[in-house]
Design a protein around this ligand. Structure first.
Ligand SMILES: NC(=O)c1ccc[n+]([C@@H]2O[C@H](COP(=O)([O-])OP(=O)(O)OC[C@H]3O[C@@H](n4cnc5c(N)ncnc54)[C@H](O)[C@@H]3O)[C@@H](O)[C@H]2O)c1
Length: 370
């Protein structure tokens, strides 16, 4: 895949040196661990704050192993909660005097739609409450650069695809509501006057579409606790023989083959998007940047199943069930704004997504507990 033309590149010689010391909240999780690897490979120093409620330290141990060299000296891991001021204080002080954190990448949060319907208070507390506490700590430490994990879920049932960032924001579940609330919070912060007419915050809301795949080594990947709710982990468990068949919710949608169509993005492309966003924020004026991170390509469930069967050499039987309430027929990003402003685009396609997911799952049938 190629980047659409028209993005801007910083002429060499004008670039400010990129932020070196970063706080990564939720860095042990699926997207966080792959992003930590990309950041370490780019020479950054990281402190990860994670409560391991949906991850384990093994992911970061493997990240260090993959990054090699002196990576172990450039990654500090703290077990703690983003809602706890004392844990945040420890994170901001982790590099000692003179070692201030220059930017934050904020992954920590809860992400299961069904769970958010059953436990809205917990979702608002962790997602919105956690972000408020984090921003307070950032302000107290003079750190005003943040890359935030938002989601395509803010678009709810999109009226048309591909979806630009200007599409209506209409979340249809508590998880989506928390992401919208966090986006509003960042907009308010950006607008707040610091007495000199500008707030000084550099903020990026990255709306991810459907992150899938794994690092090509198969050493790190997605390790959901309990029964997976996302397509790729379910397919991979069927391919492994741990589940009989894949439930497909509706085959009468207005798509090429009747099954739902989504924009899948390889997690390594997504991780690289965070590095691009951090460096872009650092170079530019204070701003709030809201961008879709997606491939711009839609694939139906049946197309994904066929590609996974090809990649794994295993058969993936499906069982068609009724449509689920709240599902959309199609959800595909318009990724042009990210290409224009970050000079970033997806480089990996469905074949790599399936190959790398299978590679991870086959080597780690029980995830990090293997
Ligand atoms: N995976 C997706 O499909 C997807 C799509 C869109 C947006 N997002 C968002 O991206 C972010 C990362 O998602 P992921 O897929 O890597 O999820 P993940 O669950 O694998 O990672 C989240 C990490 O945050 C940690 N965490 C949770 N609550 C915490 C707390 N209170 N304090 C400290 N750490 C805490 C978890 O232990 C975990 O390591 C989330 O904010 C999610 O909402 C994910």
């Amino acid at each position: 895949m190629t980047c659409p033309a028209g993005f801007t590149l910083m002429p060499s010689g004008q670039a400010k040196s990129p932020p070196q010391r970063l706080l990564v909240t939720g860095g042990a999780g699926f997207i966080g661990s792959h992003t930590c690897l990309v950041l370490l490979e780019a020479g950054r120093e990281l402190v990860v704050l994670d409560d391991f409620s949906n991850s384990c330290g093994e992911s970061l141990r493997r990240v260090v192993e993959l990054a090699g060299g002196d990576a172990a000296e450039r990654l500090l891991v703290l077990e703690g909660d983003v809602r706890e001021a004392k844990d945040l204080e420890q994170a901001f002080e982790a590099f000692g005097p003179g070692g201030s954190i220059e930017a934050v990448v904020h992954f920590a949060g809860l992400k299961a739609v069904g769970e958010s319907v059953a436990e809205p208070l917990r979702y608002w507390d962790v997602n919105v409450g956690g972000t408020v506490r984090l921003l307070e700590a950032m302000a107290a430490h003079g750190c005003r650069t943040l890359v935030f994990s938002s989601s395509a879920t803010v678009y709810g049932m999109p009226e048309r695809v591909p979806i630009p960032e200007t599409a209506p924001i209409q979340p249809i579940n508590p998880y989506g509501q928390t992401k919208v609330a966090e986006e509003h919070l960042l907009a308010d912060l950006r607008a707040a006057d610091d007495g000199r007419g500008r707030s000084g915050w550099r903020l990026a809301c990255l709306r991810y579409f459907n992150p899938v795949g794994a690092h090509p080594s198969g050493r790190i990947g997605e390790d959901p606790l309990g029964v997976p709710s996302n397509l790729f982990p379910l397919i991979s468990q069927v391919a492994l023989g741990r589940r009989d068949c894949l439930p497909v919710f509706g085959d009468d949608w207005p798509t090429a083959d009747g099954t739902g169509e989504r924009d899948f993005i390889h997690v390594m492309d997504l991780a690289e998007g965070h590095l691009a966003a951090l460096d872009h924020l650092h170079q530019g004026e204070p701003q709030l940047l809201t961008l879709n991170l997606g491939s711009g390509q839609g694939h139906t469930v049946r197309q994904v199943v066929a590609a996974y069967e090809e990649a794994s050499g295993q058969s993936v039987p499906v069982r068609v069930e009724a449509r689920r309430e709240g599902d959309a027929a199609r959800s595909v990003a318009d990724p042009d704004a990210a290409a224009r402003s970050l000079g970033w685009c997806c480089r990996r396609g469905l074949v790599e997504m399936c190959r790398d997911s299978w590679h991870w799952q086959r080597q780690n049938p029980e995830g990090y507990r293997t």
